[in-house]
Write a protein that binds this ligand. Structure first.
Ligand code: PEP
Length: 258
């Protein structure tokens, strides 16, 4: 059962134009009007951030980006700095999504630099970790998560860690329609907590929300949000459809409100 305020984050990947994004966010706000709600974060493409921020009703809905570069400015064609994101109203930054790791070859060392720059500048990273299908079958899940956490969080001080969000996203569950089973999620979230406790004091670790991501949809959201240690979701495909995303938010909220 969740005790922290739950988080439902939408990763829109490379979908939706700025205008489609604004329309979607306004429609969700209208559906949620005056209702108690989880922390809802929309992570659209860079091109939509400014436009959505300018048109975001005063709704408590948060804006996140899907990536950032670790340098503050310079000759880095195609990259976007933390300050540029802040100027677009961004508060959350997804770091280390498996598509960034696997398609764009991001590694633990560059992700570590990104985590530092995001935290040092007052933003909140949503740090994604997770094993591949082969890792899990070979019994390497814990080893992989340990490496991703230890190298990703290298040098990050305890006083910053309570501003961190972790997303456990098994690579084999992302965009496949096959979610991890509740028992697998429970066991892995427990392992993540134990691994974090090797790096930071227990009182700090308890404050870090750990989201689950990987084929979350209305059909499985209730069983997954009831899992001990799941503090919310990072949702890809189902966050692109208003009806599906709204249902997921409602399920998470009902679980929180009891
Ligand atoms: C994601 O992109 O982070 C994700 C979890 O995608 P999906 O929900 O489509 O599996």
């Amino acid at each position: 059962m969740i005790t922290k305020k739950p988080i439902v984050a939408a990763n829109w990947k490379m979908y939706k134009t700025p205008q489609e994004g604004v329309t979607f966010v306004i429609e969700i706000c209208n559906l949620l009007l005056d209702k108690e709600k989880p922390t809802i974060i929309f992570c659209p493409s860079f091109t939509s951030l400014f436009h959505i921020n300018e048109n975001l009703p005063d709704s408590g809905i948060e804006l996140g980006s899907q990536n950032v570069y670790f340098e503050s400015e310079g000759a880095f064609t195609g990259e976007t700095s933390v300050q540029m994101l802040k100027d677009c109203g961004v508060r959350y930054v997804i770091i280390g999504h498996s598509e960034r790791r696997h398609i764009f070859n991001e590694n633990n060392a560059s992700l570590n630099k990104k985590l530092h720059v995001v935290l040092d500048n007052g933003l909140v990273p949503i740090f994604c970790i997770g094993e591949t299908f082969d890792d899990r079958n070979a019994g390497y899940t814990q080893r992989i998560l340990k490496e991703q956490l230890a190298k990703g969080l290298d040098g990050i001080k305890g006083q910053l860690i309570d501003r961190m969000v972790i997303a456990y996203e098994p690579v084999w569950a992302i965009g496949t329609g096959v979610n991890a089973e509740p028992k697998q999620v429970e066991d892995t979230h427990l392992q993540i907590n134990e691994l974090l406790a090797e790096l930071y004091a227990n009182e700090l670790v308890k404050q870090i929300p750990i989201l689950y991501g990987g084929s979350v949809k209305p059909e499985n959201a209730k069983a997954l949000i009831e899992v001990e240690g799941v503090d919310g979701f990072l949702v890809g495909g189902a966050s692109l459809k208003l009806e599906l995303f709204f249902k997921i938010i409602k399920i998470v909220n009902n679980n929180y409100m009891g």
